[in-house]
Design a protein around this ligand. Structure first.
Ligand code: GLU
Length: 491
């Protein structure tokens, strides 16, 4: 059996969105499952939609996620060029072959004629379709019109009757009526091939064994197979990946918010979480396994034959859950390292300062590791720790079962206690034990004392415990904040 060869064939028309990433992951995993090669081919024949930099960004992002290619425009290989606009003479050659064998024909119809035809068909509730006028031209007329330099496109000659049955790896046999197939354009008048022609030629010449592409290409599938037959080539195995829908059942689109992989990475979603999320968009692993911790883990479990054919639902809550899970699995030192840019960006502190104060970042990582859903949240969660002065409503200092007078007394007690507390033991666990002992011995209420202490340090109704906050802030800042809180209640 020949080696498995799979390709990712993106059009550089925008930045990588999660749908493309899912296609890339399934192609890559199938290649690895079959111990084959994974190839990058850039489908850039649609110049109008080309976005500068999209190709480089795609390669960079995929590399960041651990998807490596064995061949491609950036690394070369034995089947190049890997960029379609560098292969135009190849497409010309094969289009001519189809003309010569009578499987395709020149079409000289003007844009105006085609537009009128379409308008008439729409008005009569007919599907818009080319009426095959040029399919009936005589050889002599064709020769004359070519010689006169008339503009033309090349169209595929579809069968006029019967059925065509194609096999998809996930859906089995699918039958289409030949009468539903349009004589599609293979070569445009500017000499540029359409996706339909170029992808078939490239997949054949690059010896692609399995095509993993989105289910939105299913309607073109019979046309592709007919093209393979017209050339006398054996088609690869086709695996049409399920559509990805929003929770409301609509197609996943950028209008619904963030869909670009770069945006998720910038917000502090871990590559592993994004991969874990995407792989579940259409694949149901054996034993309901939901968490994957590495590519090796995935490659050993993945089987493209187990991909579902019904649409997958894009659920952001699931992504948050998976990212939270993978964030919790990180060694805290690594999380602290990852948090530095988010802390510096949000707090306008320099990276240098954070490098010096790695311990500070480490404490924050410890404090928030359990509840973070993405790295970007750290700015909001920890903002109050950096401010010189907190702004909050002093009424928040009063615990719901307490009174302002009791809160003033409690703050004084806490300040006195912490002033005399040994600096060497200023650490969460020790602070907690000592405080609880102190409150108990003096018959003081926990709520009355711990609540205003915590609010004085965080300024928030919900936050980590006063001991954890005091540990991060240090003795001086802690006492300073408690004093300010006291003052705010005494005015
Ligand atoms: N260039 C096509 C796209 O970006 C590729 C489809 C395919 O994989 O064949 O949608």
């Amino acid at each position: 059996m020949p080696d498995a060869r799979l390709r990712l064939a993106p059009s550089p028309t925008g930045f990588l969105h999660l749908g493309n990433l899912r296609t890339a992951i399934f192609g890559y995993l199938t290649a690895k499952q079959l111990r084959g090669h994974f190839i990058l081919r850039i489908e850039d024949t649609d110049n109008k939609r080309r976005v500068q930099g999209a190709e480089d960004s795609l390669i960079k992002v995929l590399a960041q996620l651990g998807i490596k290619f064995d061949e491609g425009p950036h690394i070369g290989g034995g089947y190049g060029p890997y960029v379609q606009t560098e292969r135009l003479d190849i497409y010309q050659h094969y289009a001519q072959k189809l003309i010569d064998s009578g499987k395709a024909y020149y079409c000289f119809c003007s844009q105006e004629r085609l537009e009128k035809l379409r308008a008439d068909q729409t008005a009569s509730h007919l599907p818009p379709r080319y009426d095959r006028a040029c399919r009936r031209l005589s050889a002599k007329e064709i020769a004359q019109r070519l010689a006169a330099g008339e503009k033309y496109v090349i169209r595929q000659k579809m069968p006029t009757k019967g059925e065509i049955t194609v096999i998809d790896a996930l859906r089995g046999a699918i039958t289409f009526a030949a009468s539903d197939l349009d004589d599609q354009v293979l070569m445009k008048s500017n000499g540029i091939p359409t996706y339909q022609l170029a992808s078939v030629i490239d997949d054949h010449l690059m010896e692609i064994s399995h095509v993993t592409r989105g289910a939105e290409w299913l309607p073109s599938f019979p046309k592709n197979i007919l093209l393979y037959q017209a050339f006398g080539w054996t088609p690869p195995e086709f695996i049409h990946l399920p559509l990805i829908l929003n929770k409301d059942g609509g197609k996943l689109s950028k209008r619904q918010g963030d869909v670009f992989v770069e945006q998720f990475l910038d917000k502090g979603y871990l590559p592993l979480a994004l991969i874990n999320f995407c792989v579940l968009l259409g694949w149901h692993p054996q034993g309901d396994q939901e968490i994957f911790t590495s590519w090796t883990d995935l490659i050993s479990q993945f089987d493209y034959r187990k991909i579902n054919s019904s649409p997958a639902i894009f659920d952001l809550d699931k992504l948050n859950f998976l990212n939270g899970y993978h964030l919790r699995q990180l060694p805290t030192e690594q999380l602290a390292e990852l948090l530095i840019p988010y802390l510096t960006e949000n707090q306008a502190l320099t990276t240098e300062k954070f490098k010096k104060e790695f311990n500070f970042s480490l404490k924050i990582a410890k404090l928030y590791q359990e509840r973070l859903k993405n790295l970007n949240e750290i700015g909001e969660l920890s903002r109050n720790l950096y401010l010189d002065q907190l702004n909050y409503d002093p009424a928040l200092l009063v615990w719901k079962k307490s009174t302002p007078a009791a809160t003033i007394e409690a703050l004084k007690t806490v300040i006195n206690f912490l002033k005399n507390y040994p600096q060497a033991d200023w650490e969460t666990a020790k602070l907690q034990t000592a405080t609880m002992d102190f409150l108990q011995k003096n018959n003081l209420s926990n709520g009355d004392h711990l609540w205003p202490w915590r609010v004085a340090l965080s300024g928030l109704a919900a936050s980590p415990s006063p001991f954890e906050l005091a540990d991060i802030l240090g003795q001086t800042v802690t006492i300073k904040r408690l004093r300010r809180a006291l003052q705010s209640m005494q005015v």
